[in-house]
Design a protein around this ligand. Structure first.
Ligand code: CU
Ligand code: ZN
Length: 216
């Protein structure tokens, strides 16, 4: 019995040694595969940027509200399960901080831009801070901070928003608004960010091949 155990133990040790030795030559194999996938994905993105592939894109031109002098242009680009929003808002006071949201209705016609409705909130969530773990409206975005030149430079990733015709996440046909004051990320349902000083409607520039039209 003792001999048997010893033999088994020896066999097991050999088997383990064999197993341990095997992953070494096997390990490098997945790495080159991953390395090959990455440049391929980058090429697709480059093609999309060049307008060759049909990648969805939306844009918003911000117009001043009530003579604020604040204007801007922003672009939404798909980024996996999110949208990347990038661009500039001009005419702000140097160093000033402003509430910045996607609002529900793409209508900036009212003199005070209240026609754009409340924050885009398909999930019936509380207003909050997108950068924290807690709940927030789908349209809540980080405050916009102006540089010394009065230009707010935006480059943010907005998880859960898309350009795909799904009313629960599509930004097309909604509005982007800049407020006079900073969003406190707490006051319901507005963040107490004050008056609307710039407003623009999000318009589809380039639909994805299967796009069903803007959600309402
Ligand atoms: Cu707002
Ligand atoms: Zn909100």
């Amino acid at each position: 019995m003792k001999t048997m155990t010893t033999v088994l133990a020896a066999a097991l040790a050999l088997a383990l040694a064999g197993c341990a030795a095997e992953p070494e030559p096997a390990a490098p194999t997945p790495a080159p595969t991953a390395a090959q996938d990455t440049p391929a994905a980058t090429d697709d993105a480059s093609a999309a940027a060049g307008g060759i592939a049909l990648a969805a894109q939306a844009r918003v031109v911000l117009a001043e509200v009530q003579g604020s002098g604040v204007t801007g242009e922003l672009t939404f680009d798909p980024d996996g399960d999110a949208l990347r929003l990038h661009g500039e808002v001009r005419g702000l006071a140097p160093g000033s901080v402003h509430g910045f949201h996607v609002h529900e209705t793409g209508d900036c016609s009212a003199p005070d831009a209240t026609s754009a409705g409340g924050h885009f909130n398909p999930g019936q969530m509380q207003h909050g801070d997108r950068q924290s773990e807690g709940p927030h409206h789908a349209g809540d975005m980080p405050n916009l901070t102006a540089g010394d030149d009065g230009v707010g430079r935006v480059d943010i990733r907005l998880q859960g928003l898309q350009i795909d015709g799904d009313a629960d996440r599509d930004v097309v046909g909604r509005a982007v608004i800049v407020h006079a004051q900073a969003d406190d990320y707490a006051t319901q349902p507005t963040g107490n960010a004050g008056a609307r000083i710039a407003c623009g409607v999000v318009e589809l520039v380039q639909p994805a091949p299967d796009y069903q039209g803007p959600a309402s």
